[in-house]
Design a protein around this ligand. Structure first.
Ligand code: NAD
Length: 362
């Protein structure tokens, strides 16, 4: 099977879909791999490292001519020249329609959309949403810590004693739990919150407090393990619970999300006005509109002395490890596409069937 690795073209995208280690594993499994020159440069993977792993270096057309073309963000319409009819593209489909399923289909290209990997135990090793959320949760805390005017840990020094910062983490999925663990390691007193009852146990197991268990709906989790949108009355109870805690917090990391929907609004401007001046909110949900109503995606704004940061594409800001994790996910998926050394799209496989967008099934 011929695997291609393309360089990312989207602004701010520094990751690469397959790093040299993953390429070496594919070559060991019998694949040939062509990597576009410079594909890994922004993640600090050199062309030499790919060559040492056994890849052939080429231009974009060489890499695009593969059976399976791997990319972080799916190629735009004007990047599809050189793809062969019947090619499989493994990438995030994303929300913008730069290459629509129709365009892909008309060119005979099948997109395996990485965000559609089922949340099953078998698919866990292919789940880029989880691996990249881990990076986002960690980095959000670091951004928050470096934007605060105070320490996170308690300090007892000759110059006096300093109390630890209070951190509130909203949404205790993959990103939120990583944020809780990171904020705890840095010495903050951490409280977590989620509407899924199952999240409480995970929050407590990390040594954090769990906010207002009474505000949780027993049925706020769908069968897929995600949260659903709340009824009005329940949303009001959630806001009331958060409101009191937010006023006491120095650092808020908000990660609440509902798949396919805008981010739930959890932090109103009134709540922000009740926070202490110098506090910081890092809104990891900025990409889908933000959990805070004052968040400007991609910007940092100040309201009543509170800094509100709306970072975009956090995983890309730690491109080396984000790519390493992404690569492992993609490589595991590519392994699933190889049968007797040949590309085989097995539509009876629930993982592949769930991910297919566009092109002709074979
Ligand atoms: P996500 O990114 O969709 O959402 C982040 C968190 O926001 C979730 O925990 C969600 O419950 C929470 N949330 C939604 N609305 C909220 C609100 N109004 N207030 C507070 N919190 C709210 O979720 P995710 O991080 O991708 O993971 C969701 C679940 O799936 C978790 O239980 C996770 O452990 C599980 N999971 C399973 C697998 C697997 O089995 N392969 C892989 C990844 C995640």
């Amino acid at each position: 099977m011929h695997v291609g690795v393309l360089k990312e073209t989207a602004p701010r995208e520094r990751r690469v879909a397959l790093g040299p280690d993953a390429v070496a594993r594919l070559i060991k499994a019998g694949d040939t791999v062509t990597v576009q020159r410079g594909a890994g440069a922004a993640a600090w993977f050199s062309d030499e490292a790919y060559a040492a792993a056994g890849a052939t270096l080429g231009d974009a057309r060489d890499a695009a001519a593969a059976d399976v073309v791997c990319k972080v963000q799916r190629p735009a319409d004007n990047e599809l020249d050189g793809f062969r009819n019947g090619a499989v593209v493994v990438a995030l489909a994303g929300r913008d329609a730069s290459a629509s399923p129709e365009t892909l289909a008309s060119r005979g290209i099948m997109l395996l959309a990485l965000e559609r990997v089922p949340r099953s135990t078998r698919a866990q090793a292919m789940d880029v949403l989880s691996s990249q959320a881990t990076v986002a949760g960690y980095k959000a805390v670091l951004i928050g810590a470096s934007s605060l005017a105070r320490f996170l840990p308690m300090l007892t020094t000759a110059a006096g004693s300093l109390t630890p910062a209070k951190a509130l983490i909203l949404g205790a999925g993959v990103a939120g739990l990583q944020a809780i663990a990171t904020a705890r390691r840095l010495g903050a007193v951490v409280t977590g919150f989620d509407v899924r009852a199952a999240a409480a146990e995970a929050v407590l197991s990390l040594g954090a407090k769990f906010l207002a268990p009474g505000a949780i709906a027993q049925d706020a989790a769908t069968t897929g393990g995600y949260a659903r949108e709340l009824e009005d009355e329940q949303q009001q109870r959630v806001l009331a619970a958060i409101s009191g805690a937010i006023a006491q917090s120095d650092l808020v990391i908000s990660t609440a999300a509902i798949p396919g929907k805008p981010a739930p609004r959890l932090i109103t401007s009134t709540m922000v006005a009740q926070m202490k001046p110098g506090s910081v909110i890092v809104d990891v949900a900025a990409e889908t509109g933000g959990n805070c109503e004052l968040t400007q995606p991609g910007e940092t704004v100040e309201h009543h002395g509170v800094t509100i940061i709306g970072p975009l594409n956090l995983p890309s800001t730690m491109p080396m490890h984000a790519s390493q994790m992404f690569s492992r996910n993609v490589q595991t998926l590519v392994d699933l596409l190889r049968k007797d050394g040949k590309l085989t799209l097995d539509m009876s496989d629930d993982i592949i069937a769930a991910m297919c967008l566009g092109g002709p099934a074979r």
